[in-house]
Design a binder for this molecule. Structure first.
Ligand SMILES: Cc1cc2c(cc1C)N(C[C@H](O)[C@H](O)[C@H](O)COP(=O)(O)O)c1[nH]c(=O)[nH]c(=O)c1N2
Length: 225
């Protein structure tokens, strides 16, 4: 009647599973298998995403499922063009190191999901968004993280690609102006994952010490990071 349920802590096994998914989730670029994912599994991932929190319960997301190799090829071309531009923004050794990084799995993963944020969903005034319009995108990112963690639990790899001009992808997918692209996700089974972020494995950047990021009150400088 009142819709309240008990909020007891999870069992130890359940808690362990939740933290295990969080700690071993990885961004996947090259480890994708080519076999297609079962539809019921994909549905579970989308349900997980759809249960994310959202500002004013706006649920601004859409999930555009891209399975055709031809479409993925066009998106890869857009990535490739943008990646050349990105590379030039680094100098010297750093540029050479960037060039060696693999930063997408668009053609290798059997499925791509373009996750968008419809800025008009729920009408012109959305509860909680009135003073911060970016909260619609924040909500969409919550959905993406839910999907990413659920995928880890299913033995499915996810790779987030953001190296492209948004308009290039919008043109390919015929996405209207008021809808933002939040993520291009490459999705597929994986047999192996790195035990730490691949960018750390490849010497690009290390995980920061948590204690340097936690302040009791007020602001402390983190300039050297
Ligand atoms: C908003 C956003 C955008 C991107 C990413 C992530 C996020 C949150 N990441 C993945 C990113 O590099 C990765 O999460 C970090 O390196 C940490 O590694 P793990 O995710 O822990 O494996 C990412 N990776 C990549 O190879 N190409 C990309 O374009 C992007 N873009």
């Amino acid at each position: 009647m009142d819709h309240l349920i008990a909020a007891c802590a999870f069992s130890e096994a359940e808690r362990t599973a939740v933290y295990h998914a969080i700690e071993t989730r990885r961004d996947v670029r090259d480890q994708f298998r080519s076999d297609p994912l079962p539809e019921d599994l994909v549905r579970r991932l989308l349900e997980a995403a759809h249960h994310a929190p959202s500002v004013g319960f706006m649920q601004p997301w859409n999930f555009i499922m891209i399975r055709q190799a031809e479409t993925r090829e066009r998106v890869w071309q857009a990535f490739s063009h943008a990646n050349e531009e990105a590379c030039l923004m680094f100098e010297g050794d750093r540029r050479a190191q960037y060039q060696r990084l693999k930063l997408e799995g668009i053609r290798k993963a059997p499925l791509s999901i373009c996750i968008t944020c419809d800025t008009k969903r729920g009408g012109p005034v959305v509860l909680g968004r009135t003073h911060n319009p970016a909260t619609d995108v924040y909500s969409t990112v919550c959905a993406i993280q839910n999907l990413w963690l659920a995928a880890r639990a299913e033995g499915v790899g996810v790779g987030w690609v953001s190296i492209f001009h948004e308009d290039a992808i919008k043109t390919i997918l015929n996405i209207p102006e008021h809808v933002k692209i939040v993520a291009w996700l490459c999705v597929g089974y994986v047999d192996e994952l790195y035990d730490m972020p691949e960018l750390a494995v490849k010497g690009w950047r290390d995980r920061l010490p948590l204690d340097k990021l936690v302040f009791e009150e007020g602001w402390q400088d983190c300039e050297d990071m």
